[in-house]
Design a protein around this ligand. Structure first.
Ligand SMILES: Cc1cc2nc3c(=O)[nH]c(=O)nc-3n(C[C@H](O)[C@H](O)[C@H](O)COP(=O)(O)OP(=O)(O)OC[C@H]3O[C@@H](n4cnc5c(N)ncnc54)[C@H](O)[C@@H]3O)c2cc1C
Length: 374
């Protein structure tokens, strides 16, 4: 039976980054992906925002990886010509009541380590973004956008250059702990079954990360690893791009746990609104046209040039959440499961936002875990 040193399940941004950091030329690394190419699930269905860690506590993995990932992402993009833009972000207050909330939001952002954040008044607002209407805003200069596909292609190239085998069209169907490692049973798209041995196994299966954990006998309810689906939907804005803001424009969060429907510029000068999140039972990427009115009403107060007929349903993505509807935000799970009798199994579960921003930092962190157990 063939033998790998390290097997990674899932070629989204996180699995690819892990593969690129773990493949160092001397290890036999395999990355297994069920689709025909990388990033066909959540990693290509998101806002592509390089987050600044405004909302994630610094003592959480989300906060730590987001802050480190933000810096690493800009370095990677500059060094490897990955299309990106340091757009900056504004959290805009449109009423007196919202304006009163800005100092508290600013304090939260500073406590969480976001760099260079400050409050700006209406006049500076108009200079920064003349087509956005607001009384005041929080300016966050380290937010930006990245072309997620180019980023993933870079990770893939780097993993292959490090000696990793990236295997597409192949689904992991079963896992068994044996000796000091694991037997990985896979089926390819032609229906052929294979199995091989691996010493170290890393779960980066995104929406399937709970199910992959269960393949090794982990009780997903007891551990809190059951993935709940939350669908984020976008509308695209059509028409002349000359009036579109170049920065990311967010409202003051309308309620705790929801950052509000915001604008996301793309690298081509276009603009999307969203995401609007709803909890769902099934994976389905349709966007309900009936939400047009809600999207319009949520954004026209700060985008006064917007016309209802300018916005149309666009993409949707599914957040892989470890919290259920109504529960407070939970942290990323990144852990060596040795204490559950699963030595050499590194498990990544619930890697929702800011997972794209965090991907370079997660890759480094997991590579250090691999080094430790190698
Ligand atoms: C609406 C939305 C907006 C977001 N916006 C942002 C943002 O602006 N900035 C940000 O930083 N983050 C954002 N995120 C979060 C970010 O997109 C994710 O955290 C990140 O893409 C997760 O990457 P991943 O590699 O863990 O998962 P995925 O991209 O889902 O990759 C997992 C891969 O595993 C494969 N797989 C699963 N099971 C198996 C199996 N059994 N065998 C083989 N392959 C398997 C899948 O096919 C998939 O390709 C957003 C997410 C959503 C949903």
């Amino acid at each position: 039976m063939e033998q790998a040193d390290v097997t990674i399940i899932g070629a989204g941004a996180v699995g690819l980054s892990v593969a690129s950091c773990v493949a160092n030329g001397s290890r036999n690394v395999v990355l297994i992906e069920r689709h025909a190419s990388c990033g066909q699930e959540t990693s290509s269905r998101n806002s592509e925002v390089i987050h600044a860690s405004i909302y994630y506590p610094q003592n959480s993995l989300k906060g730590r990886f987001c802050l480190e990932g933000n810096e690493l992402m800009y370095e990677l993009c500059e060094r490897h010509d990955i299309p990106h833009r340091r757009t900056g972000k504004l959290i805009v207050a449109v009423s007196e009541q919202e304006e009163e909330q800005l100092p508290q939001l600013l304090q939260t952002a500073r406590n969480n380590g976001a760099k260079g954040v400050r409050i700006i008044g209406g006049e500076e607002m108009r200079i920064q973004e003349p087509n956005v209407s607001a009384r005041a805003a929080i300016l966050c200069p380290t937010s930006g956008i990245v072309d997620s596909h180019s980023l993933m292609k870079y990770y893939e190239r780097s993993a292959i250059e490090g000696g990793a085998a990236v295997v597409y069209n192949t689904e992991v169907r079963a896992l068994e702990k044996k000796g000091g490692g694991y037997i990985v049973r896979v089926t390819d798209t032609a229906g052929r079954d294979y199995e091989f041995r691996t010493r170290i196994l890393i779960n980066c299966a995104g929406l399937e990360s709970g199910n992959v954990s269960a393949m090794l006998g982990i009780d997903v309810d007891e551990t809190g690893y059951r993935i709940s689906y939350c669908k984020g939907m976008y509308f695209r804005v059509s028409g002349s791009i000359s009036r579109f803001p170049t920065m990311l424009i967010y409202p003051v969060p309308p309620w705790p746990g929801f950052v509000g429907i915001h604008t996301t510029p793309d690298l081509g000068g276009g603009m999307r609104l969203g995401p609007y999140d709803v909890w769902v039972d099934q994976i389905d990427y349709t966007v309900d046209e009936l939400l047009r009115d809600y999207f319009y009403r949520s954004t026209v107060s700060f985008l006064p040039f917007l016309k209802m007929e300018q916005i149309n349903p666009d993409i949707a993505g599914i957040h892989p959440k470890v919290q259920k509807e109504g529960e407070p935000m939970k942290d990323f799970i990144v852990r060596h499961e040795a204490d559950r009798g699963l030595e050499n199994f590194i498990n990544l579960v619930g890697i929702e936002s800011p997972g794209l921003t965090s991907s370079p930092a997660i890759g480094k962190y997991v590579a250090a875990m691999v080094e430790e157990i190698s």
